[in-house]
Design a protein. Sequence first.
Length: 129
Amino acid sequence: MSPFNLVNKIIPYAQKLPWDFFSYQVVDLDADTQIVMAHCGIMHYPVLTAADIRTTAGLSRGIQGQVRFQVLSVEDEPVVDADGIYMLRPRMFRWTIEDCDPQYCLQIDATVDTPWLSGLGRGYVGGYQ
């Protein structure tokens, strides 16, 4: 639920946050535990990079440590959305979590290995190994 659900109208472009990057991953650590990682940027500046642990029992807690997200390479050609906005989609990226509970310190080197599908907003959804 967000405040935008309370009003049934389109938000004017000038009142929208100028996100230019958003990445959200959910990784199963075991049958009962997931790590959720998010990275958001505005005007090429990161404003949020965070990771949380959540369980099937409903527990959720933020990871206290240094969380980093890096795009290592992008596709050769940008895609153009229906509004004419160009976007370079990542081909390879890395999540690093350090200086925390050793059980959750990790590095994920990811390579996109599925076709991209239209996703949230102007974004795309894909999978990786």
